[in-house]
Design a binder for this molecule. Sequence first.
Ligand code: NAP
Length: 247
Amino acid sequence: MPGKRILILGGTGEARSLAAALLAAGYDAVTSLAGVTGDPLLPVGNVRRGGFGGSDGLSAYLRGAGIAAIIDATHPFATQISRNAEVAAAASDVALLRLERPAWEPQAGDNWTIALSASSAALALLPGARAFVTIGRKEVGEFFRRADISGVARMIEAPGVDVPPGWRLILQRPPFSLEHEVSIMAAHHITHVVAKNSGGGETEAKLAAARQLGLPVIMIARPVKPEVTSVATVGVAIDTLAGMLLP
Ligand code: NAP
């Protein structure tokens, strides 16, 4: 029902596309960002930044701002905010929909080891490995702690930990092309690629590059999120939302 105020839990490219689509469909959209990135790409429409203060704080925000529905478009690896959204939506009788891109699947020629966490991914690397670690800044310290491995860590903003000798930090924002990924892996004598199963097209080229170069991938599996109504595309999200808001 256009005109209603929708809270987008953001921090992803999908959330930015969703904000534009909701506005175009006549909704009043406000995107919430965690505020952890210093220079985030901003969506169109209203934006608020910073945590709500747990599920109770989110419930209070929903009431105060007159939110009719939440669309959780956070990253597949952001678990706490999705749990808070489920609790607050139920407590406040507000509709909740998740927009989540499908996970990547291994293809012919891939050599993936599935790890359940960043720490187990770090432990899966053999001594002497040259790793291309592409998991963001939060947990990269798990790899830096291993004195017997080295490599390249790529993220958007620098981590809050020291980069040990043997490691090269690359600060870059996606999207990345296949040629770019192949050249990084070749130039730095990479033996293993470490990735989170984020899904989506912007960072997928590293998997094709690993396939092309015959490199193994340590793939960190997605954490479990609450079971809520979920869709994979912005267009389906708009249609599903309309149904959820019918009187
Ligand atoms: P998280 O562990 O699920 O959340 C930690 C706390 O940060 C939440 O309890 C909440 O604080 C606050 N928070 C998280 N997302 C928020 C949002 N969109 N708006 C307002 N508060 C938010 O989240 P995370 O893994 O640190 O990710 C933080 C943000 O970065 C998310 O918006 C996510 O979409 C984005 N991101 C994450 C990753 C990743 O790999 N984790 C990758 C790319 C982008 P309160 O309890 O105080 O409300």
